[in-house]
Ligand binder design. Structure first.
Ligand code: NAP
Ligand code: MG
Length: 402
């Protein structure tokens, strides 16, 4: 069989633990036999990050910026326990945090839906993607406990000119709590740009919600800047057949519970933190949730939303069979391959990504699953595949469709 030629480079970021094992198998069984592709490889496994003083993570981010398409395996974000376990020089920063800040990107999560897993919400028929603004608000706030009566003010000292003071509250009987938080116009605009790029790329409606009736200036600024950015893309939205809708956040929550889904829900930082977990559990399993980091200038990095599945890895090291769901990692690959094909204008590459995803979905719909899905599929599966067994089934199915 002749392999399908992929015109331009895909940047590959390897990772840790169970997902590293799955990663190698996906490449060996599902990708390399079929694609003639130049993979620019960066090992983001913890030992290599430690050896390079984490320079490898920055190099990988710059490579994605250059080539515009990357695919990433889950990685350990080290804490004190991991520093001991891996004898690290220090607790290196979260690789995903580093990638996000270099690419100035926004993370979108999207569930992989199959016919035999019913979402918890009856009306949901299509995946709901969540885009979370990952800068500022309460995550970069200063807060303090006010011990007793007194005045609290916000003070702005411009580089030149008069100070501006805004009273927050005069505590009269006893104290309380206060918080000062911020966001920047630049960050709000690049968040909007990334959401627009994702909505156009996936051809889904774009929802944005805030509470500008109450927070007229803070949330009002988000509404204004987001809306202005969307207005610049009116023609592209029309061409893609998609719409932009602004809601009050409580209205959006009420609407989404009766909606068939199939939209991108752009969320302010805190809303995204909360609602991405709600959507993930509403659709079923962590093993079925994909994630893509989109930069405002249109670079895309695909990955699974879950971590390195540490517990399964320790079982694997003991020589025990594991049944880890590889679907989100496979879809990270298919997502990157499809995007590469779209950017390169190579429909056969896009077609391969479609076939790979169909192979996975049709297997699950026939009840061939890993352990995490046994009781989620209806009717419940009779048994389950181990980690490699599931991948072998996908490989066989894929082979038969090519
Ligand atoms: P995790 O990898 O998300 O797994 C937590 C639990 O969720 C697993 O023990 C397993 O439950 C279930 N699970 C998750 N993915 C699964 C899959 N594909 N198939 C089957 N079950 C799955 O979180 P963790 O094990 O607590 O974290 C391990 C490391 O991942 C941490 O060091 C963290 O820093 C890192 N992490 C990385 C990323 C990333 O790179 N994007 C994201 C999150 C966490 P059962 O044990 O019940 O089977
Ligand atoms: Mg959360």
């Amino acid at each position: 069989m002749t392999k399908i030629k992929v015109k331009n480079t895909i940047v590959e970021l390897d990772g840790d633990e169970m997902t590293r094992i799955i990663w190698a198998s996906i490449k060996e069984k599902l990708i390399l036999p079929y694609l003639d592709v130049n993979l620019e490889y960066y090992d983001l496994g913890l030992p290599k990050r430690d050896e390079t003083d984490d320079a490898i993570t920055t190099e990988a981010a710059l490579a994605i910026k250059k080539h515009r398409v990357g695919v990433k395996c889950a990685t350990i974000t080290p804490d004190a326990e991991r520093v001991d376990e891996y004898k690290l020089k220090k607790a290196w920063l979260s690789p995903n945090g580093t990638l996000r800040s270099i690419l100035d990107g926004t993370v979108f999560r999207k569930p992989i839906t199959v016919k035999n897993i019913e979402p918890a919400v009856r009306s949901w028929k299509l995946p709901i993607s969540i885009g979370r603004h990952a800068y500022g608000d309460i995550y970069k706030a200063q807060d303090c406990v006010i011990p007793g009566p007194g005045l609290v003010e916000l003070v702005y000292t411009p580089e030149s000119g008069e100070q501006v003071k805004v009273p927050v509250h005069t505590f009269k009987k006893g104290g309380g709590v206060v918080m000062g938080m911020h966001n920047t116009d630049a960050s709000i605009v690049s968040f909007a740009q990334a959401c627009i790029a994702y909505a156009l790329s996936e051809k889904v409606d774009l929802w944005f919600a805030a509470k500008d009736t109450i927070s007229k200036k803070y949330h009002g600024r988000f509404k204004e800047l987001f809306g202005a950015e969307v207005a610049k893309h009116e023609a592209s939205f029309k061409a893609a057949g998609i719409e932009y809708r602004y809601f009050l956040i409580d209205d959006a929550v009420a609407q989404i519970m009766k909606h068939p889904g199939g939209m991108l829900w752009a969320c302010m930082n805190y809303d995204g933190d909360v609602f991405s977990d709600m959507i993930a559990s509403g659709f079923g399993s962590l093993g079925m949730m994909t994630s893509v980091l989109v930069s405002p200038d249109g670079a895309f990095e695909y990955e699974a939303a879950h971590g390195t599945v540490r517990r399964h890895y320790y079982e694997h090291l003991k020589g025990n069979a594991t049944s880890t769901n590889s679907v989100a990692s496979i879809f990270a690959w298919s997502g990157a391959i499809r995007k590469r094909g779209e950017l390169d204008g190579t429909p056969d590459v896009v077609g391969f990504a479609d076939k790979l995803e169909r192979a996975v979905i049709s297997l699950i719909e026939e009840g061939v699953v890993t352990k995490d899905l046994v009781n989620l599929v209806v009717p419940a599966a009779k048994g389950y595949e181990n980690t490699e067994g599931f991948l072998d089934q996908v490989a066989k199915r894929l082979q038969s469709t090519l």
